[in-house]
Ligand binder design. Structure first.
Ligand SMILES: NC(=O)c1ccc[n+]([C@@H]2O[C@H](COP(=O)([O-])OP(=O)(O)OC[C@H]3O[C@@H](n4cnc5c(N)ncnc54)[C@H](OP(=O)(O)O)[C@@H]3O)[C@@H](O)[C@H]2O)c1
Length: 374
């Protein structure tokens, strides 16, 4: 077999990010494994930090010759401590993707030739070796581009609903709600009759969600944003919020608005606030600054991180399989991702293209096509 090309990321203690394409042998599968010829892998926000860390890619230099294909960019010294645990290591990148199984171990023959999606943490390469149990087989009329985003956003959206049900909330709030994930969540909530308050930050995003059927859309740039939010929370009894923004005061605004809605009709001494638990989960860091909380939520509240993998693990194998089956069946509808462009491995490490995908703009999702341009 020919060689395998792979993007790897290394941050050095001298303050350099080196994003390079390395060549290695295509591995052979053991009895339980398959080799997938990768056709498409999305660049999600959760891929960007492992790939680029705090590097200033605008000062990045692409070096391509017979010996090497790499991009080197500076990382300011102030950030090195925060990424100490990864310094000087060479790390694979690319959480998820899809492709065809080209070799299968003795106990994985049922996947031979199939289009599968997978989560491996090293999908930005031409050939991935992965346990068969980690693969999700897709239908024959599904394309690799469609199947590539089968886990990170679809399963997260589904797990938000699992969290809502498990914790006994009636309705929820979502920030950065016009995101790829936000659109999936909206479709799911409409199907399941769950009231969803969508917080966005532009008129265009509001229009996009309106066309998808959203009832509660609130623009955080509006002067009366907080009043609108309290009104919507009063109407829906939302006591749960998923916040992708992270940095700044959004979590505080969500909690204080919930408390405001719940204690609207309170009278007399209200020392400990409403007795209903209010919960904000910060599940993204679209804004990287400190998270600022206030003090106006009474005593029944929580704020914390939320990650899809442990939530899915807690649900158990059977429920996880049910959610995955739903993704396979609805990959062209509920879980469809709008793709803006395709990048080869080399294009993906080029600062010119990094400038296109790094801003994480609404409706702009890029796929790496590891077989492109060979
Ligand atoms: N914790 C988990 O398990 C988990 C799992 C999956 C995804 N995630 C997170 O989910 C989020 C959405 O992912 P995605 O792939 O759906 O994103 P996406 O399609 O790339 O969309 C990103 C959205 O965020 C908005 N945005 C960016 N920076 C913002 C800011 N500072 N304040 C408010 N809005 C901002 C963008 O709006 P503009 O066009 O206005 O910039 C855009 O609508 C990401 O943060 C990702 O890390 C977390």
């Amino acid at each position: 077999m020919s060689e395998n090309r792979q993007i790897v990321s290394s941050a050095t203690h001298q303050g350099e990010l080196i994003l390079s394409i390395v060549q290695n042998e295509i591995p052979t599968p053991n009895d339980e494994e398959v080799i997938v010829k990768m056709e498409a892998a999305p660049i999600n926000p959760s891929d960007m930090f492992p790939m680029l860390t705090f590097a200033d890619y605008s000062k990045g230099k692409l070096m391509v010759d017979d010996q090497q294909q790499k991009m080197v960019a500076p990382i300011s010294e102030q950030y090195l401590d925060a990424i100490r645990s990864r310094l000087d290591q060479i790390l694979p990148v690319g959480n998820e993707g899809a492709g065809r199984v080209i070799a299968a171990g003795t106990n994985a023959k049922h996947l031979g030739g199939k289009l599968v999606s997978l989560v491996s943490g090293q999908c930005y390469q031409q050939f991935v070796k992965v346990p068969a149990a980690m693969c999700l087989a897709h239908k024959e009329d599904t394309t690799a581009a469609e199947a590539a985003s089968s886990f990170v956003n679809p399963i997260t959206a589904l797990c938000f609903i699992e969290t809502l049900k498990t914790e006994g909330h009636k309705a929820m709030v979502h920030t950065a709600a016009a995101s790829n994930l936000g659109q999936m969540l909206l479709k799911l909530c409409l199907q399941e009759n769950i009231e969803l308050i969508c917080i966005i930050r532009s008129v265009e995003q509001a229009e996009l969600l309106r066309t998808l059927g959203a009832k509660y859309i609130i623009n955080s740039m509006d002067e009366d944003f907080k009043e609108q939010l309290v009104d919507a929370m009063t109407e829906t009894s939302a006591t749960l919020a998923f916040d992708a923004i992270g940095g700044g005061r959004m979590a505080d605004t969500l909690l204080s608005s919930m408390e405001h809605a719940l204690s609207r009709n309170a009278s007399g001494l209200n020392t400990y606030g409403s007795e209903q638990h209010k919960q904000v989960y910060i599940y993204g860091r679209l804004a990287r600054g400190p998270i600022t909380l206030g003090q106006n939520y009474g005593m029944y509240w929580g704020a914390g991180g939320w990650l899809v993998t442990p939530v899915l693990k807690k649900l158990g194998l059977r429920r996880a399989a049910e959610l995955q089956a739903r993704v396979v069946n609805e990959i062209k509808t509920t879980f469809a991702s709008h793709i803006t462009g395709d990048l080869s491995l080399l294009e993906a490490i080029d600062p010119v293209h990094i400038a296109r995908y790094l801003p994480k703009k609404t409706g702009e999702k890029y796929l790496i096509k590891p077989q492109k341009g060979l």
